[in-house]
Design a protein around this ligand. Structure first.
Ligand code: UGA
Length: 433
């Protein structure tokens, strides 16, 4: 099938490359000329394992192209995926300016080209009701039949290509059965349960999924906080409850809380639009509050050991919002660094992928190091802020010999507590014995 992808961001690039890999003819459109020009030369603007190879392969095979012209993309396609961003507004609502402007432009282009029943699909995470608004915007200038479908993505950064090619489920919502079946057939080569439903239900599934996962994280974080008070161990509690298949072990890692470009934004948006429709989503208020509290509790823990943080040299290991990405959006590590700076601490920072992205958002006098060992000399505390697995394999005896004060505060429960204590470190995790 012929597909246009509107928006060459993270979701658009992964969706476009994977649909091309499934055998479709795909044109990815973006208004950013320099981005499109780079993509045409094979330069991929985001770090995502497997994506460059997929783009290169499908572009060479002639199934994947890039353009800055929406009209050109629309002309070449029957199905149009809206993949533009929906950033949060200060009050938590999703900013739909880009989505609405694409819908208006599509309406105008459709009215010029009069394509046979075009299908417009939302991939961007949009509040419930947005599909209906898109229909209105297109309908302002286009009066022939067309369909609007919701096909939310469930891609995790760092695993997005695998998530798209081997999904747990494919959700497609719309009230035009023929269009729903056509969008579903795009994924014929993929074995996964289909959930075919209406537009608002598909839109809601996306928010409910992210909000539920965020709730799991805040829940386990609160349990971990109580574990610390009563002398229980969160790792074993996780095993104990996660072995019940009704609970499951996934997403029960206690620590500094969730970050990234999705959970914080989507939880706030669900709470906000529930409110807008007259419902006070009390649970989500607490999920957000616990997530914020988790960072302050971590700083308090550090202060209990170091007393005054002013002038203390702190080595922060990990800057990305999670491992295997260079993304620092809403990263707990960045928030922690800002809080430490506000208390006068001196920061040394390391991340194997996110040094550059972090430098763009952090201010103040930070010493960025090329290896964790380089930041150890004279440090008063080491913080684990991102769950990079290689931190486990550092030369901890060497680090012990370099630091001014052997304190490790592990915000991700990543390290072997016993080993570190045997080396003479004071080790603190989150809810760990
Ligand atoms: C998340 C969802 O997992 C995807 O299904 C969804 O498609 C995506 O948002 C989206 O809406 O686009 P992502 O933001 O890439 O994906 O990150 P996750 O792997 O879900 O992690 C989110 C945050 O939760 C990270 O900061 C991570 O460190 C934290 N986390 C995760 C925990 O603190 N504990 C856990 O047990 C799991």
């Amino acid at each position: 099938m012929h597909i246009s992808i509107i928006g060459a961001g993270y979701v658009g690039l992964v969706t476009g490359a994977c649909l091309a890999e499934l055998g479709h003819e795909v044109v990815i459109m973006d208004i950013d000329e320099s981005r499109v020009e780079k993509l045409q030369r094979g330069i991929i603007p985001i770090h995502e394992p497997g994506l460059s190879r997929l783009i290169e392969k499908n572009a060479l095979d002639g199934r994947l192209d890039f353009t800055t012209s929406l009209e050109e993309a629309v002309k070449a396609s029957d199905i149009h995926f809206i993949c533009v961003w929906t950033p949060p507004l200060p009050d938590g609502r999703a900013d739909l300016t880009a989505v609405e402007s694409v819908a208006k432009n599509l309406g105008e282009i459709f009215s010029r080209l009069t394509p046979p029943k075009p299908i417009v699909v939302t991939k961007s995470t949009v509040p419930v009701g947005t599909g209906a608004r898109i229909r209105e915007f297109i309908g302002q200038s286009y009066h022939e039949p067309f369909a609007v479908i919701s096909n939310p993505e469930f891609l995790r950064e760092g695993q997005a290509v695998a998530d798209m090619m081997r999904p747990d489920r494919i959700v497609i919502g719309g009230d035009d059965e023929e269009a729903v079946a056509k969008v579903s057939s795009l994924y014929d080569a993929i074995q996964a349960p289909r959930i075919l439903t209406d537009l608002p239900t598909a839109e809601m599934i996306k928010y409910a999924a992210n909000a539920f996962l965020a709730t799991k994280i805040s829940f386990i974080n609160e349990v971990a906080n109580v574990c610390e008070l009563v002398g229980a161990d969160i790792d074993m509690v996780k095993e104990g409850i996660g072995s019940d298949p009704r609970i499951g072990k996934a997403f029960l890692y206690a620590g500094l809380g969730y970050g990234g470009s999705c959970f914080p934004k989507d939880v706030r948006a669900l709470q906000q639009f529930s409110n807008h429709h007259g419902y006070d989503f009390k649970l989500l208020k607490s999920v957000i509050e616990v997530n914020e509290q988790q960072r302050q509790l971590f700083i308090d823990k550090l202060r209990r050991h170091l007393k005054d943080l002013a002038g203390k040299e702190i080595l922060v290991l990990g800057l990305a919002f999670k491992a295997n990405t260079d993304d620092v959006r809403e990263s707990a590590a960045i928030d922690i660094i800002r809080r430490l700076q506000a208390q006068g601490a001196k920061i040394r920072a390391y991340d194997s992928l996110a040094l550059l992205t972090a430098q763009k958002v952090l201010d103040g006098d930070i010493k960025y190091v090329g290896h964790p060992h380089d930041g150890a000399k004279g440090a008063h505390a080491i913080i684990i802020a991102t769950e990079w697995p290689d931190f486990k394999d550092l030369d901890w005896p060497y680090i012990r010999s370099q630091v001014a004060n052997p304190l490790v505060v592990d915000g991700r429960n990543l390290l072997d507590a016993k080993l570190l204590r045997e080396l003479g470190f004071t080790y603190e995790g989150v809810g760990r014995k």
